[in-house]
Design a protein around this ligand. Structure first.
Ligand code: 0WD
Length: 256
């Protein structure tokens, strides 16, 4: 029997075919999960084309900065999934361009708040809406995507690194509290992959070149490898794992 037969998964963060969320969606669907994809309005065309590749996948618009849109998105998911959600994927991040380009010490108040709101608070905002739907199923799995810059200085990652630190800490607090409801909360921490969001990180190509020299596997990773690790964390195979950050980075994180 497929690993996720009969499971319902709500996925935030598909922007185009390169998105990490899309790789995760495909991995979950291949193991039998029923999907619903949310999208940011400006990405509708691309996401609609992708959704057609997994027949029967509904689309739900949602900007995570809006509580009203989050309420509506989870209400729609509840309706589509008969009140029960098993898997929630959070694969979203944003920081204003100028705050990524300027030195970190020049980060604006608004840039800081926007980055933390979209990239970290949104996980909490989703969790509080997902809990009742997961309780209806006797538990569930929440997964987000982080980056090693949360714990080590990766030049130019700036305010996004601070947001990732907040995100990972949120994973631990959510894991602690939601464990009482049999809801697991984890993160994957991928190495650099070429996506829309990555293009906003100055020096991104240099980071990928660096991986081929330094990472134990002497190569970069592919989106499908993140999809497979995410599938594991969301599946019953990882039923004893919560509060974890799993690196999917060709081993880069062990290097000094
Ligand atoms: O190398 C990489 N690409 C890595 C990405 C390495 C390690 C971690 N990650 C993380 C990112 O930080 C992010 O949390 O993975 C997650 C997914 O990023 P991605 O797949 O690399 O990027 P992308 O395909 O652009 O998807 C992120 C999407 C947005 O795309 P853009 O780039 O257009 O802003 O997040 C969505 C949006 O579609 N998003 C929002 N969705 C709803 N409401 C919002 C918002 N306010 N803001 C951004």
């Amino acid at each position: 029997m497929p690993l996720l037969e009969g499971k319902n998964a709500l996925i935030f963060g598909v922007a185009n075919h390169r998105s990490i969320a899309w790789a995760i969606a495909q991995a979950l669907a291949a193991e039998g999960a029923r999907l619903a994809l949310t999208y940011q309005e400006r990405m509708e065309k691309f996401v609609r084309e992708l959704a057609e590749k997994v027949p029967g996948t509904p689309l739900i618009p949602c900007d995570v900065q809006s509580d009203e849109q989050l309420d509506a998105a989870f209400a729609k998911a509840a309706e589509l999934f008969d009140g029960g959600l098993d898997i929630l994927i959070h694969s979203i991040a944003f920081a204003p361009k100028e705050d990524m380009e300027n030195p970190f010490w020049q980060t604006s108040r608004q840039g800081f708040l926007t980055a933390l709101d979209i990239s970290a608070y949104s996980l909490v905002a989703m969790a509080r809406r997902a809990v009742p739907l997961m309780q209806a199923r006797g538990g569930g799995s929440i997964l987000t995507a982080t980056y090693i810059a949360s714990e080590r200085v990766m030049p130019k990652y700036n305010v996004m690194a601070v947001a990732k630190a907040a995100l990972e800490c949120s994973v631990r607090y959510l894991a602690y509290e939601l464990g009482a409801y049999n809801i697991r909360v984890n993160a994957v921490s991928p190495g650099p992959v070429n996506t829309l969001a990555a293009r906003g990180v100055p020096g991104f190509t240099t980071m990928r070149d660096h991986m081929t020299e330094v990472a134990p596997l002497r190569r970069n990773i592919e989106q499908s490898e993140i999809g497979d690790a995410s599938l594991f964390l969301c599946s019953p195979l990882a039923r004893g794992i919560t509060g974890e950050v799993l690196f999917v980075d060709a081993g880069y994180h062990i290097m000094g």
